[in-house]
Write a new protein. Structure first.
Lengths: 405, 405
């Protein structure tokens, strides 16, 4: 069993970026809710967005801006406390106004400002509160760990911990740094992207090069997890490259190391998001193996991770593999139960779709740990997926049943 | 708002059937767990089964028997406390043995005995406990309300109430009676059928006639509901017609009345199952309207009814329509948010995918009632579905997290 990364590791800040955050009065708690990340000389950008058909205003604006600038971003303005989603044409207008004002202050076109929002859906975004604070936000930016941590804290909503991952590697005599910052705790069932994730690096790269690397890294990590089966309207993953390391991705050795470092940063953020899942007490590393295709493995993994009965059994550390088998059977994949094997922790608990003898107390103990592996082998092929998910606890219900969100 | 039917109404028993139940020691509680329904002269049968790829042994045996006899059933033997699922070839063997023994006692072929099981998955069914009790079970059968009620109670698992519906109508000077008995409280997300539902009638009909009527009646009722999004491995709906009313479905007027009565019995059972959903405090009657097709409406309804965030908001009587909109957007249907309207109780809360003014306190009050209507209009066509579902409460988690099931 592998330890999942929970707390921010040592934060390394890539060259060419500065960060700031403050409280603009969007969160009732008065906590910081407005954050800035600025690339002093601009950055190449790649992005992934939610596949939800209901898409928040900042995603529509940000997607259009990336097209208009051909993947160039000068700064990122993020607010928490309000998702600016289901706010109609007016939602887009206020988002564009914020970008225009920030652009003016930084001396660039509005399209070079990438907007993000997270929080409640369906409530008009009070843009004036944000615009009023933009000068202070820009003035206080810092190109260091303190700035990055402030940024990470200001984008939190139901998160209980800031989510940061970083990596650094050498390329000749130079160094390339990656810094990933994420928020996310509920509404986690990403399809192609997840919640708000920003990755900053000083490698030199074109937007097209970044896009392919980002998709590959996310498919295995941020796109392979689920907390509650709900796909957000605001999921965004953004990768910004300042080029200020002096190393370009055209350097093949650097490119390989960069892809590995990017995958590692994404995986760490995915682990931090799931570990901080709303009400989660146990994290399950789900391995679906021997599938006919990767998509098939993913569909089975999502079906298991979306089953209320499986997730509540995990909450009780109950090695009830019958519920897992039923979820596999209902996944829509034409599985043959007689070929299915299920493992909980280190023990096989089901072979050929039928119970096999195992130590119940040990399985209960292993499921009761902070992290436990569950393995399902379908006997249909050679494809596999690793998927992170959580249990479903009474605390999750309490967090989300409050008449106030 | 329509009152849902909760408690068994007056029980009417169709001619030609007798019932019994007793405790065979399958339930740890010592409660009745073995039930018999016998058609003294045999009955025509129609059945629907789960679409889960993992199918319990009694469904495989029952399906084969109906094919072998061309839809003829003499008796139904049901046990609770053990699903006889994921029990492999041995599970089928013990099921066939039970049918053989019951057939011997009743003087018919094993294929005329229809078997059903419900309870834990993956544990071998102790057939001897059942076989030992068959003579007593057969000897004590009663052609009356008392027998039917005993049957309904013996097939319960996590159900807190027996689920019975009946109807009677006249055809000329004769009367036709329908009696429906169901169990189900969790693992309710039927696809084409649901849990254990048995409908007895004394109309005269061929298995083929019954099959079409049963499918139509179930599509609108037992196949349009969800408690927890988990599709069972044992879902079975069985319709048995003894013909002893002396009226046949070839009588067109009787056929129409019969279809209506059958739909009503199925709808009542669906309402009773959802109302008794595990941990459920509120029932939501979900209307998805203006869909491009009925399947599309059903897909959207299932996505809403499967959203943990929507269901926990309902648990708190929180009129958080943004979560409903997000679930619609993630349903896989290419909806245009700008055409979507959402109603909670009697008020419109979202128009063109955007908030519209409404009385929050009233919406909270209406959602807090035992039953509340939620209506989603997609603006894509003229098809609609009515779908029954429940909230997701901390009590649901408690019921299903116990290390003991």
């Amino acid at each position: 069993m592998i330890r999942l990364r929970r707390s921010p590791e040592r934060i390394r800040v890539p060259r060419g970026f500065a960060f700031s955050a403050l409280a603009a009065g969007l969160k009732a708690s008065g906590r910081p809710d407005l954050a800035l990340a600025e690339a002093s000389e601009g950055a190449s950008a790649a992005a992934l967005f939610t596949l939800n058909r209901v898409v928040a205003a900042p995603l529509e604006v940000g997607r259009a801006s990336l097209l208009a600038t051909d993947g160039k971003v000068r700064a990122l303005v993020v607010n928490s406390g309000n998702a600016n989603c289901a706010t109609g044409p007016r939602g887009r207008q206020v988002c564009e106004r914020i970008c225009r004002e920030a652009g003016k202050l930084l001396g660039v076109n509005a399209a070079e400002i990438f907007p993000s929002s997270t929080g409640i859906i369906g409530v008009p975004l009070p843009a004036d509160k944000i615009i009023r604070k933009l000068p202070e936000l820009i003035k206080t930016r810092m190109p260091n760990q303190r700035g990055a941590l402030a940024f990470a804290q200001a984008i939190m909503t139901t998160d209980t911990r800031a989510k940061i991952a970083s990596a650094r590697f050498g390329a000749g005599k130079k160094q390339i740094t990656l810094l990933g910052i994420a928020k996310g705790s509920g509404m986690i069932h990403p399809k192609l992207a997840t919640m708000l994730v920003y990755i900053f690096t000083d490698v030199g790269a074109t937007p097209r090069e970044l896009q392919r690397l980002l998709r590959d890294a996310c498919d295995q990590s941020l796109n392979s997890m689920s907390v509650d089966g709900d796909t957000s309207t605001n999921d965004t993953v953004l990768l910004l490259a300042s080029g200020q390391s002096g190393v370009s991705l055209r350097n093949t050795a650097a490119r390989k190391k960069f892809a590995a470092a990017l995958a590692d940063v994404c995986q760490s953020l995915a682990e931090q998001i799931v570990t901080d899942g709303e009400g989660a007490e146990h994290v399950i590393r789900l391995f679906v193996e021997e599938a006919g295709s990767r998509d098939e493995a993913l569909q089975v993994a999502r079906a298991i991770a979306h089953s209320a009965l499986v997730k509540t059994a995990w909450a009780g550390a109950d090695p009830n593999w019958g519920r897992i088998l039923a979820a596999v059977g209902a996944s829509g994949i034409a599985v043959d139960p007689a070929r299915i094997k299920i493992f909980i922790g280190r023990q096989m608990v089901c072979r050929k779709g039928v119970a096999c003898p195992f130590d119940q107390a040990r399985a209960h103990r292993e499921l009761g740990q902070a992290v436990c592996d569950v393995r399902v082998q379908l006997g249909r092929g050679a494809n596999a997926v690793r998927f992170l998910t959580t249990d479903l606890t009474a605390e999750y219900v309490r967090i989300n049943a409050d008449y106030s969100t």
